[in-house]
Design a protein around this ligand. Structure first.
Ligand code: ATP
Ligand code: MG
Length: 420
């Protein structure tokens, strides 16, 4: 142990478990890569004001969860709590939306930071894979993103998740609903903070997880009864497209993202094996966000999937991913000359694309074979003085225990054949 520990609410990814994280990240991104999404990477921190406006002044993320700081140069920055605002900022800054090819479709993957109360599935540093389709209003685009997330989870073997779907309306129909909701909420028995929220961000109150609040919300007016014709038609089309693709979803009229620039389609992927941190991913349309950060009107839709919680969901379902072996061939040199020869053999195997490793540190045969065992390699390659005199190395199949002498210049060929 060193004097230091990982900061509260964080954890380290270490082998062998880290291989699963990497595979999950790859699997979540794979459907995007074959659907026209290009890779985008933005800095880990941004001007704090971008998030205040782009996530919303009244959200928990901005009021409580942001790691904000002032630099030596006097800039006010924040570690990114989410990806959408940064990706939209980068798109506008580079004028990608003016290249005449809308929507701009982008995907990303990385670390995000929120000062939260740490619990299982809720960390201060976590990882997301995200996608944004910027500059088009088309129900097929909303449906595409939901279908791709569904495919991503399924490709990992996950089955115990559900898709919750709702429409939040738009500038046309939401104001009247907002007032109706406020009228209803003002009549409830709520604490002061929630009362304040009614005035700033009433839709968020619907998201309150406390049981006594939920009970009072039972008769609350629902947006689906207030949608304008255009929003209703749009939502019906998204639903029809999903149904036609065999993607099952549940209508959840209480599902919200409580900000004015989130519009129409909103969805969440929840997994029932995760307890209270059940959301493995979520997203929706944010037609007003570009204007909020000083850009032109650019109707857009996106999602972010949580890598950490997806890994927990795999564990909850008892799914183990089939990962390629870290090492296929482990070489054990006995003596200095053998080290030179096997070092060359290992280098050549790696050049040929075969995962190979060598016993380092001049271990004796016993210790070296223990390392070979631990490496999980299917084959070991042992050479001592007598083998070298005969121009061979001993190739052992660790599964069957069979051993054969292979000519030194035939090692790569032989292993290529054996490993297929
Ligand atoms: P929650 O309601 O659980 O706080 P959220 O609405 O804040 O989730 P989003 O901002 O939509 O989450 O982020 C998308 C996904 O990122 C979530 O569905 C979740 O899987 C993951 N995520 C969000 N916050 C955390 C966190 N603190 N630790 C681990 N994963 C997280
Ligand atoms: Mg949250």
């Amino acid at each position: 142990m060193s004097t230091f520990q990982a900061p509260k609410g964080t954890y380290d990814l270490l082998p062998p478990a880290s291989a699963t994280y990497l595979a999950v990240r790859d699997a979540l991104a794979a459907p995007l890569k074959r659907s026209g999404y290009g890779y985008v990477e933005t800095p880990g921190f941004e001007n704090v004001e971008l998030f205040a406006r782009g996530v919303g002044e009244s959200t928990d993320i901005v009021t409580k969860e942001m790691y904000a700081f002032e630099t030596k140069g006097g800039d006010r920055l924040a570690l990114r709590p989410e990806g959408t605002a940064s990706v939209l900022r980068a798109t506008l800054e580079a004028n990608l939306h003016k290249a005449g090819n809308l929507p701009v479709k982008l995907w990303y993957s990385g670390s995000y930071y929120r000062y939260e109360r740490p619990q299982k599935g809720r960390y201060r540093h976590f990882s997301q894979v995200g996608a944004e389709a910027i500059g088009a209003e088309d129900p097929a685009l909303d449906a595409e993103l939901i279908v791709l997330a569904d495919q991503a989870y399924r490709s990992l073997g996950l089955r115990g998740f559900r898709i919750l779907l709702n429409s939040l309306g738009d500038r046309e129909c939401r104001p009247a609903y907002r007032e109706a909701l406020q009228g209803f909420l003002r009549g409830l028995d709520l604490d002061d903070e929630t009362r304040r929220r009614i005035e700033i961000n009433p839709l968020r109150v619907l998201d309150d997880k406390r049981r006594d609040v939920q009970r009072q919300l039972e008769g609350a007016p629902l947006l689906r009864d207030h949608l304008c014709d255009a929003c209703r038609a749009y939502h019906d089309e998204v639903r029809a497209l999903l149904t036609a693709q065999g993607v099952a979803f549940e209508d959840d009229p209480r599902l919200v993202r409580g900000l004015d620039y989130y519009t129409r389609t909103t969805f969440e992927f929840v997994h029932d094996g995760l307890g209270s941190q059940s959301a493995v991913g979520g997203g929706g349309r944010y037609d007003g966000l570009s204007e909020m950060i000083g850009g032109p009107a650019l109707p857009s839709v996106g999602w972010a999937l949580g890598v950490d919680r997806t890994v927990l969901a795999l564990q909850a379902e008892g799914v183990t991913l089939e990962l390629p072996p870290v090492t296929s061939v482990f070489a054990v040199p006995l003596g200095d000359e053998a080290r030179r020869v096997l070092f060359a053999a290992v280098t050549e195997l790696r050049r040929a694309g075969i995962a190979a490793d060598l016993s380092y540190g001049g271990k004796g045969i016993k210790g070296a074979m223990r390392s070979a065992d631990r490496s999980g390699a299917r084959y070991t390659l042992v050479a001592g003085e007598r083998d070298l005199e005969a121009g061979v190395a001993q190739l052992k199949d660790m599964e069957s225990g069979e051993q054969e002498a292979v000519a030194l210049d035939k090692i790569v060929d032989r292993l290529r054949t054996l490993l297929g």
